[in-house]
Design a protein around this ligand. Sequence first.
Ligand SMILES: C[S@@+](CC[C@H](N)C(=O)[O-])C[C@H]1O[C@@H](n2cnc3c(N)ncnc32)[C@H](O)[C@@H]1O
Length: 304
Amino acid sequence: MMGDSPLLVEIGFGRGEFLVSLAKAYPQGLVVGFEVSMTSLLKACSRLKAENITNVKLVLFDAVFGLREFFGPSSIDTVYMNFPVPWPKKKHAKRRIINPPFWLALANVLKPAGTFELMTDVEWYAQEAAENARLTGFFDVHIERNPNRRVQTKYERKWLDEGRNIFRVVAKRVSAKTPDVERLLLAGGDYMPHAVLEGHFTPSILKMLEGVEIKWERGAFGVREVYVREKDALFRVYTIDKGFFQAFYVWLRPYSPDSNNMYLLKLDPLTSPFRTRSVLAVMSYIRDHLSSNGFTVIRDNLRV
Ligand SMILES: C[S@@+](CC[C@H](N)C(=O)[O-])C[C@H]1O[C@@H](n2cnc3c(N)ncnc32)[C@H](O)[C@@H]1O
């Protein structure tokens, strides 16, 4: 049973009708919605505003990543996913959300006895989801045909009225054990990675980093371009952590307007990557290149 102030998550909320109904049904709860479409997000925002709803947070990001990275173990009461695209073709199968790693992440973030509810009008999709969930060993799973839910989506009501079949997969976390799921984001991830260096600003030394590509145990990183001005430089870099790609800028600038030969290496404020180990790795690589070319590292917090 859910407590008084449950934490609820909806994956792919679309225009947000279900999100609004959920927020109203659980006024003491917090509802977090993930969506990748900006158009949908804006529509849902207007809906929430018009209805004066304040217990919803919308996140414009991939829900699979967000569920694993933004929530602690055993923290969510229920996760809902309504009518996702099933991606029926074999070559698109990897786009299906309900794959084995998703179920493990879900078993990690759901509270014990927390549930996942999937609605779909595609029977094989419901069966595949249930099968993958069962295989993890963390869930008790069943499929209901044409259930009468407390909160329904617009299409769900319409289809039920039309007599079409729809399916609800309910997966309840039954294992007391939480699976180990590695997260990519570093704890305290809002900190500012940086290095303070002392040395002579030499454009040719900075330009040497252009085109660097490094593979390491966590993934990869590289420097695509280096833009140098009289006293500062921007590095256009990328990182990959276990397949998670980010592109952003690292900035080398004078430590202060009057500092002589003191420089600060930091993330450029225009881009804000998630703090991962590959982000620290690319910055450490730039720091080490500078320190091998006449700079002294005064201090840094780049512990990869
Ligand atoms: C077919 S629509 C269903 C929308 C809504 N749930 C409904 O029942 O009307 C699927 C929605 O999921 C969103 N979506 C797809 N993949 C997603 C992901 N990885 N994370 C978050 N949202 C996603 C899509 O942008 C789309 O709005």
